[in-house]
Design a binder for this molecule. Structure first.
Ligand SMILES: *Cc1c(COP(=O)(O)O)cnc(C)c1O
Length: 397
């Protein structure tokens, strides 16, 4: 290894360790369902750390669709979409996505992260400005940077601040286009973006609207997401999503007007220069969307289980912050205390991760629980008993 690289790595790693930011990654040794085993340990863990909201990652119907697709189509798409990697399974997926989202068209990408790399810079450039919520996801931040537009952050879900900044940007006369970008659901607190107000401000100042609904799809609006939840399908230009969270597979998509999707097919670089998702993923994701459109069963169960866990934790005396969705943070505060709490839960068989600075502000440490439709009441009762034990032991409740 070159000396320069070696000293860079050793020094940077030591710095991270000294700041308590060095993260050891656990290996999960079972399928990623409601009960998992990690790091070769015998003890089972109740899993509150996945984004597998509806339990679809291990659903038999999705597995069958994937296996059948492998038989018919093989394991790889074979090329980028524009050369000859657009298989019928991809166009079927996109037709179902458009119907699901209530838009004219949709385009699929290899991940939610890639969607943001693709879609923002296909439309925005250095003559433009982007108004971005300060808590937006890392992939939105990177996507904005890639576009070379001016990035104007507004305070989290602060509509007065957004209006003020939109007015200033519009009034400056410096920008050809201005876009507002927000997460649909914010993943650390579980709060929902104020889309009706955002849409209103967008109308007043002629903003392009962009919602990344990675944590809203499958979870709000009878499954169709945050935009549907507010009935704003006609007011939001870009509906971005991932196929890796509630949908249970992998991939991402942009849903919107046909002209927008046509443009993305001509100009978005991850579409043009990176191979499409494997046929099995496309088929499994299509199956998931069909299931969600046919029945509210999993959606209803997710909310039932989430409310059960939230009520239980609240009764024990834990603080949940301002979550409006199944995302269930347990506020602890101090960073070390939060980490100890999470480790004690783990020792007792509950897998819930500590989330601390710099992911959230200093002193706002929390253990984040992600209940799913696949958790049974018994699992939740067992987890609540552990929370009570550890909470009392550490004098948090
Ligand atoms: C998880 C997430 C992504 C990334 O999705 P992947 O499909 O896992 O790449 C993008 N945006 C937001 C808001 C997310 O929460």
């Amino acid at each position: 290894m070159s000396k320069v690289l070696h000293s860079f790595l050793t020094e940077s790693m030591a710095e991270l360790r000294s700041q308590g930011l060095y993260n050891e990654i656990d290996t999960v040794e079972t399928a990623n369902g409601p009960i998992i085993k990690v790091n070769g340990q015998e003890q089972e863990q109740i899993n509150f750390s996945s984004n597998n909201y509806l339990g679809l990652a291990t659903d038999q119907r999705l597995k069958a669709a994937a296996v059948e697709a492998i038989r018919n189509w093989g394991v790889g798409a074979g090329a980028v979409r524009t050369i000859n990697g657009t298989l019928k399974v991809h166009t079927q997926l996109e037709e179902r996505l458009a119907a699901f989202k209530g838009t004219e068209a949709a385009i699929s990408y290899q991940s939610g992260f890639k969607c943001n790399m693709a879609a923002i810079s296909a439309v925005m450039d250095k003559n433009d400005a982007i108004l971005s919520d300060e808590l937006n996801h890392a992939s939105i931040i990177d996507g904005c940077r890639l576009s070379r537009a001016d990035i104007i952050r507004f305070k989290h879900s602060d509509m007065d601040d957004l209006r003020k900044q939109a007015k200033a940007a519009k009034g400056s006369g410096r920008y050809r286009k201005i876009m507002v970008i927000t997460d649909g659901v914010f993943s650390m607190d579980g709060d929902i973006a104020k889309l009706p107000e955002i849409a209103e401000i967008a109308e007043d100042y002629e903003l392009i609207t962009y919602v990344d609904d990675a944590h809203g799809t499958g979870v709000l609006g009878n499954g169709a997401g945050t935009v549907k939840h507010f009935g704003l399908q006609d007011k939001v230009d870009f509906q971005i999503g991932t196929l890796s969270k509630a949908i249970g597979v992998a991939g991402g998509y942009v849903a919107g007007k046909k002209s927008l999707v046509d443009w993305l097919k001509l100009r978005s670089r991850p579409f043009l220069f990176s191979t499409a998702i494997p046929p099995a993923d496309a088929a499994a994701a299509t199956k998931a969307i069909e299931l969600l459109m046919e029945s509210r069963e999993l959606y209803v169960r997710l909310w039932e289980r989430a409310n059960y866990l939230k009520d239980g934790l609240q009764q024990l005396g834990f603080q949940m912050g301002n979550s409006e969705t199944p995302i269930t943070p347990c506020m602890i505060g101090d960073e070390t205390m939060t980490q100890t709490f999470s480790r004690r839960l783990f020792e007792e068989g509950v897998y819930a991760k500590a989330i601390v600075f710099p992911t959230v502000p200093k002193g706002a440490g929390r253990v984040r629980n992600m209940p799913t439709a696949a958790h049974t009441k018994e699992m939740l009762d067992q987890a609540l008993a552990v929370y009570e034990k550890v909470g009392k032991e550490m004098a948090i409740i």
